[in-house]
Design a binder for this molecule. Structure first.
Ligand SMILES: Cc1cc2nc3c(=O)[nH]c(=O)nc-3n(C[C@H](O)[C@H](O)[C@H](O)COP(=O)(O)OP(=O)(O)OC[C@H]3O[C@@H](n4cnc5c(N)ncnc54)[C@H](O)[C@@H]3O)c2cc1C
Length: 557
């Protein structure tokens, strides 16, 4: 019996997707010839940790090199070529052209299967002065070293872009004692999240001395005797010792384009659910590919490490003859902003509105663990779901401890197609240090269930317009000391414990809109009033959610 021919797999890109695929292929096929080609000097490093070495939280630079070339070679028997760039693909001959930057030569390498994981490059808008040496982007260890060096002598920095990487850089520059200004084109930070959640983050940034220019953009840079003048579209001029551009990434796919592979309008490589490109001998994964949106359907792109790693595993399975499919992404993401953690999964409220999807939402403010156990932190959690069956469409959470585990439960609930009624029934681990007998997940399910069953009519905080004071009797059921710190203009105050005794103070000619601090007492009041014959609604998330939405200019803004 003749042995089957040895397969030769060439992988372009040796970091998240490429290194993962190489390791998986080896585990499935001991005999394959695997060539891993990486343009830079390092493989398998932790992009996600780069900001934290700049800030000093990760002290040891080598900790970011998750695998070394020698370690990967020894463990997986790979042919690894760093400082080597694939500059062309000849699909007919199944050959790639490689430039060896260290050796100064170019050669050809044949393949049976090619896997592309070239990642994405930070966008550098063509602004005047953008090539100034103090204007940085962050993608790899070398970028990180340059920024860290510049930070040693910097007193002020401007971060352009308030997305995940921008916010991480703000926090880490601040940690190094640099005074930071953040410029963001949109009127909010962290664009994937809804405005009232971004408002919580804005307040946290301001509380830490960060200056914000929201709804503004950089128009250009100029050298001012070694420092940078950062000209904004609003005509404001900021002075900085260094600038971080974090305005997004574009797929690094010129190679695929030149090879004639099918791309989308943004340059993303189009792949099927097996991660195969328009050429059956070429697979692609990671930041460079277009994938499907698992919640709303249709194509999308999501430059995150989790999807890149999972796609790499699936591509490797298919390359090795194990049918395996990628089921799409839902945009689960998390970031720390000083003392807060912000996380989201699935669709946001603004996306659902833009797409015209029918949805309901609730906002709750549960504690991270039992209130009687020291250190419980309040989180703000919004759940978005489809009426009438309650299928979960998305969730957002901002808070301290415990945000991460709740967003992961909700992410999995979305993947499993669960409904809000399933959340009511969810059995989750509880001891007072970790959770509550009614976990935040259960509470979100109860409140959503109350809404879907019609037990209470709720208005979202952004729906509370000034004219509502004419349409409704606004009833604040908090205690007077809470009211003194701020309330909705035109409201009357009857604390919840006194409500039944003072019903005659509430006019019956108009519907009543009740609110409390975070929604719970408002719900109790609403149940009481509606059973006394009042037409009654409550503000979901109470005054806290109303105040955030009002300051942010409305949740859908
Ligand atoms: C600062 C920062 C923080 C991040 N934080 C997070 C986070 O907290 N959570 C998260 O989920 N994601 C995070 N990400 C995103 C995550 O790192 C990426 O989604 C992930 O690395 C994508 O994997 P990839 O294999 O597609 O690309 P990469 O990991 O970027 O690897 C692509 C590699 O291909 C090489 N290459 C490109 N073209 C060629 C060629 N022609 N020849 C040879 N080599 C080539 C490049 O040099 C590059 O090293 C962060 C990214 C950055 C930059």
């Amino acid at each position: 019996m003749s042995a089957s021919p040895v397969r030769k797999i060439v992988i372009v890109g040796g970091v998240a997707g490429g290194a993962t695929a190489a390791a998986r292929i080896r585990r499935l096929d001991e005999h394959a010839e695997i060539v891993l080609i990486e343009r830079g000097p390092d493989i398998a490093f932790a992009n996600c940790g780069l900001p934290y070495h700049i800030g000093g939280e990760i002290e040891d630079r080598d900790a970011l090199r998750v695998q070394t070339v020698a370690g990967m070679k020894a463990r997986y028997n790979l042919d690894i070529r760093t400082r080597s760039e694939v500059v062309a693909i000849d699909r007919q001959r199944r050959v790639v052209r490689v430039t060896d930057h260290a050796g100064g030569r170019t050669y050809e390498e044949s393949y049976d299967t090619l896997l592309l994981s070239p990642g994405a490059a930070p966008i550098r808008p063509p602004l005047p002065g953008v090539e100034h040496p103090a204007v940085f982007t962050l993608r790899n260890l070398q970028d990180m070293d340059r920024i860290r060096d510049a930070t040693n002598s910097a007193r002020t920095a401007v971060v352009v872009g308030g997305g995940f990487i921008g916010l991480e850089m703000v926090e880490n520059l601040h940690r190094r004692g640099v005074s930071v200004t953040l410029v963001e084109l949109l009127p909010q930070v962290l664009p994937p999240m809804d405005a009232e959640f971004a408002e919580r983050l804005r307040r946290e940034l301001v509380a830490h001395g960060v200056t914000l220019h929201l709804g503004d953009a950089v128009a250009g840079f100029e050298d001012r005797a070694g420092r940078l003048g950062v000209q904004l579209r609003s005509n404001a001029v900021l002075e900085a010792d260094l600038v971080i551009l974090a305005v997004g990434v574009r797929p690094d796919t010129q190679l695929a384009r030149d090879a004639g592979l099918e791309l989308n309008q943004r340059g993303g490589i189009i792949v099927d659910e097996h991660m195969r490109t328009s050429d059956p001998h070429i697979y692609a994964v990671g930041d460079a590919v277009e994938i499907s949106d698992a919640v709303l359907g249709g194509p999308t792109m999501l430059p995150l490490a989790g999807p890149a790693n999972r796609q790499a595993r699936i591509a490797a399975d298919n390359i090795c003859g194990r049918p395996s499919t990628f089921r799409g992404v839902q945009g689960t993401a998390i970031v720390r902003v000083f003392g807060l953690t912000a996380a989201c999964t699935g669709a946001s409220e603004k996306t659902l509105r833009q797409r015209g999807v029918a949805y309901e939402s609730i906002t709750v403010f549960p504690k991270s663990h039992a209130g009687y156990f020291p250190g419980a932190a309040q989180m703000m959690l919004k759940l978005l779901f489809a009426p009438p069956e309650g299928r979960i469409l998305g969730a957002q959470i901002v808070g301290g401890e415990g945000v991460d585990k709740r967003i992961d439960v909700l992410a999995l609930a979305i993947q499993a197609g669960l409904t809000t009624f399933d959340l009511e029934q969810a059995e989750l681990a509880y001891a007072p240090q970790y959770g509550s007998a009614k976990d935040p997940i259960n509470i979100a399910g109860f409140v959503a269930g109350n809404k879907l069953r019609g037990d209470v009519h709720c208005l979202g905080p952004a729906e509370v317009e000034p004219q509502l004071a004419q349409q409704y009797t606004l009833l604040d059921v908090r205690n007077p000391d809470e009211v003194a710190a701020g309330t909705i203009p035109g409201s009357i105050n009857i604390p919840l414990p006194l409500l039944r005794r003072r019903l005659d103070e509430i006019p019956r000619d108009k519907p009543v809109l009740v609110f409390c601090a975070v929604g719970q007492r408002g719900y109790y009041a609403c149940r009481c009033l509606s059973q006394h014959g009042y037409s009654c609604s409550s503000i979901c998330g109470g005054y806290a959610a109303y105040d955030l939405a009002r300051t942010a200019g409305g949740a859908g803004a």
